[in-house]
Design a protein around this ligand. Structure first.
Ligand code: CTP
Length: 205
């Protein structure tokens, strides 16, 4: 199968030396890409800036911003059988990025932010019936209700949900996986490589 995976954070430019980003390490997406490739699937990994090595046998497309990631995803979606979106995409970007380094001024600074594209939302809206769409939800509270709401709202087939405290930035994760029938598959705390294996085995079964 042709499997498209997004991973890592995005960076949204403020000026040539500054950006807005988040603490995503990309480990979960890279672990999924590594395992999917080991099963013999054709894997394309669209990744924001991370300090991980490209997994063997995977086509890596490095991107920086949410807009770059959206363009790469839309270009590669038509060929994909399975689309797995684990990236922590910035929801907002500076509305007026500047090309020269910002100089400090007296007083406070107000940065105007505008929304980025909800990449998963767009893919969910346009996906074909033969494509499987899997998203992630990292929440600090109300994990299950929010994950189920996201799954429906963004037309996903599966969602992998975790508490930020259980997985974000860590080597391990503790997730609950839901399918679109609302069936619930909780996985015990484990290394991300092990979570990737269990999740992919469950979803591709
Ligand atoms: N995602 C994406 N593009 C974005 C934001 C998120 O593709 N601009 C994907 C992530 O890769 C992840 C899922 O959407 O798979 C997470 O959704 P999230 O942003 O948490 O969902 P919302 O309910 O829209 O957001 P919020 O929790 O902020 O209400």
């Amino acid at each position: 199968m042709n499997i498209l995976i997004t991973a890592g954070p995005t960076r949204e430019k403020i000026d040539p030396v500054r950006f807005i980003s988040n603490r995503s390490t990309g480990k979960m997406g890279y672990a999924i890409a590594t395992y999917a490739a080991s099963l013999g699937h054709q894997v394309t990994l669209i990744s924001g800036p991370v300090s991980l090595k490209a997994p063997a046998g995977v086509t890596l497309i490095p991107v920086e911003s949410a807009a770059d990631m959206a363009a790469a995803v839309h270009a590669n979606t038509p060929e994909a059988d399975v689309i797995i979106m684990s990236a922590a995409v910035a929801d907002y970007r500076p509305a007026h990025p500047i090309d020269s380094k910002m100089k400090k001024q007296p007083g406070n600074l107000f940065l105007e932010l505008e929304r980025t594209e909800d990449i998963l939302g767009t893919v969910g809206k346009n996906k074909r019936a033969d494509q499987l769409l899997i998203g992630f939800a990292a929440e600090t509270e109300e994990l299950e209700a929010r994950a189920l709401d996201k799954l429906k709202r963004k037309n996903m087939d599966w969602i992998i949900a975790n508490l930020v405290s259980d997985g974000f930035g860590n080597d391990t994760n503790k997730v609950i996986i839901f399918n679109r029938n609302g069936e619930r598959f909780p996985l015990a705390l484990a290394e991300k490589s092990d979570i990737a294996k269990q999740a992919i085995d469950l979803i591709l079964k």
